[in-house]
Structures are given as C-alpha cells and as structure tokens.
Ligand binder design. Structure first.
Ligand code: AMP
Length: 292
C-alpha cells in the first residue's frame, strides 16, 4: 500500500518499453513508493492472461506485463515460428484492463549474441511431464523469467495454474535464488465449453475447439472418483474416451504428487495430487490439469 508519492492510475494510459535500460530507469523512482506486480506472457492475450493483470491490479499499485516469445523455451523450431502474434489486439486489451506498463523487448534486449543458457537446478521438478516431453523447455523458461525479474524487480509476480508445473518451478527458482518476489498462482480461465483458454486455441478449427471440451469433462470426472478407483483404471478410461475419434493424440496423462510432479500409481491419503494432461490435436499441442 502506497502512502507517499503514490502512482495514480490513468484510464487508457499505458507506457510501452522496448529497452530494459529505459524501463529500469522509469521504475527506479516509481518502485520506491509503489508495489509492483508483474505478469510475464508470450502475448496473443486472452482472458486467462487478463485475469492475472486484474489480480495484480487489485494487489499492487503498478502492473507490468511483458510480451516476449522466448526462443529458448521452444524445443521445436516450427512451434516457435508458428506461435500466434497479435500485438495490436494485445495493446488494446491491456489498455482496457488498465495495465500500466508493457515491456516488449527484442531478442537482443534479453539475450546477448550466441549466449549459452546456464543450467538450472530445479530440484527434479523439471524431470517429468513437460520437462520430459519438451527437453530444455523449463531451463529456457526459467532463464527468461530470472532475467525479467532482474530487470523489473517485482514485489509480486502472477502465474496461471493452467501451467501448473511452471508455477511450481518458478516458486522453486525464487526460493533457491532468494529472489524477493512473491509468486501468486491464479486459477485457470476456461472457454464456455471447459477448454482451458490458451493462445494456441486460435490455431484450432471451430470443430476441434468444440471437440476439445471432452478434455476438461474427463478431468472433472476424475476429481469425483480418484480416491476409490485405481489410477490405472481411471487413466485407461480417459484414454479410451479421448481417443475414441482419431483426432486427439495423448502425449501424457499422469496423476502426479503436486510437491514433486512425479507420476504416481496409487492413491495415498497424505499426498496432494494433480491430474495433468498434454494432447495433440490437428498438430496443436494443448495442456491442462486439475488439482485433486
Ligand atoms: P503464456 O503467454 O502462455 O506464456 O502465459 C502467460 C501466463 O498466463 C502464464 O503464467 C500462464 O500460466 C498464464 N495463463 C495462460 N493461460 C491461462 C488460463 N487459461 N488461465 C489462467 N492463466 C493462464
């Protein structure tokens, strides 16, 4: 809560920075008297992202959103090149939700030429699920988030539960590196049919979008029965339902211990579980989860 020299939000007023030095300069006086909330994104914004900005606005004096498609977290070049971009619409949306500052760097503002990415120790949280199927994804993601935290030095940073493993890895990063930022996890925002909102949904046909409602339907059903039905049976059931039509290919479907993200085979009353899934539909990769 700001008591002195407080920043006053102005409707439809947003400042865009492309250079970290200019942003740092701008923040150097502001951040002394105001709390800073930060929302890192890769753009092509939707209501999921906007929910993080809204949460930041209610917690903090100033909200900063970054838009940067980070090449080092893509293990598939085509996926990187196809990643949707919609800068004009992003700026409009961010104005509408009264975000204060946007940081939209060029790659050279973040990485030096031929920079090698250091290896992070993520306490094994990166060994399973996304870490297993997208080698180096988390290392690249963590390296850009650490750089952004160093530039912005936010008091709070907001991440979606939609990327649950990412959220827990960032919590681990902050703990391990003693970073003075509180990480806030925010609930997954969904389409009306239950599909988790994602920038990649734009790449789906209307028909596939409709079909994908089956993913969340199945996750919800599991929440009701995971304590008394063997995990193998539940997984087999979901696999059968999702692949009944030949459209969806399941990459992984795992009950994990939310503390380690290690896949679990049986229910144990002391463990907190999440059911995590990654699928491919018409060449588009989607992930989702439910905390059980
Ligand atoms: P991205 O632009 O996909 O890197 O996502 C930026 C942030 O928005 C991450 O913290 C995501 O977890 C979060 N996010 C993406 N989709 C959703 C959603 N449907 N609901 C809530 N948060 C989301």
């Amino acid at each position: 809560m700001c008591l002195n020299n407080c920043y006053i939000k102005q409707k439809n007023h947003i400042i865009v920075f492309n250079k970290k030095e200019e942003l740092k300069n701008h923040l150097s006086t502001l951040s002394k008297n105001n709390t800073i909330g930060f929302i890192p994104t890769m753009g092509s914004l939707h209501e999921g992202h906007l929910s993080l900005i809204n949460r930041s606005n209610s917690d903090c004096d100033i909200s900063i959103c970054s838009i940067f498609i980070n090449p080092t977290q893509f293990n598939d070049k085509a996926d990187y090149l196809n990643y949707p971009k919609d800068t004009k619409n992003d700026l409009n949306l961010l104005k509408q939700v009264e975000c204060d500052i946007i940081y939209m760097p060029e790659i050279t503002d973040i990485y030096t030429k031929n920079q090698t990415i250091k290896k992070y120790n993520l306490s094994g949280l990166d060994l399973f699920l996304e870490g297993k199927y997208r080698p180096d994804h988390f290392n690249g993601m963590v390296s850009v988030v650490e750089k952004l935290f160093q530039i912005i030095e936010p008091d709070y940073a907001y991440f979606g539960e939609k990327d649950l493993q990412q959220l827990y890895i960032i919590k681990e990063l902050v703990k391990d590196k003693n970073i003075n930022t509180t990480i806030i996890g925010c609930p997954t925002i969904r389409e009306r049919n239950g599909l988790a909102k994602s920038s990649r949904n734009k790449l789906l046909s209307k028909d596939d979008l409709g079909y994908c409602s089956i993913i969340y339907q199945q996750l919800i059903l599991c929440k009701e029965s995971f304590e008394d039905t063997p995990f193998t049976e539940l997984k087999k059931n979901i696999e059968e339902k999702l692949t009944k039509e030949d459209r969806i290919k399941i990459e992984y479907l795992e009950f994990v211990d939310i503390k380690t993200f290690k896949p679990q085979q049986k229910f144990n009353i002391k463990t907190k579980y999440a059911l995590c899934i990654a699928v491919n539909i018409s060449g588009v990769r989607l992930i989702d989860n439910i905390i059980l």
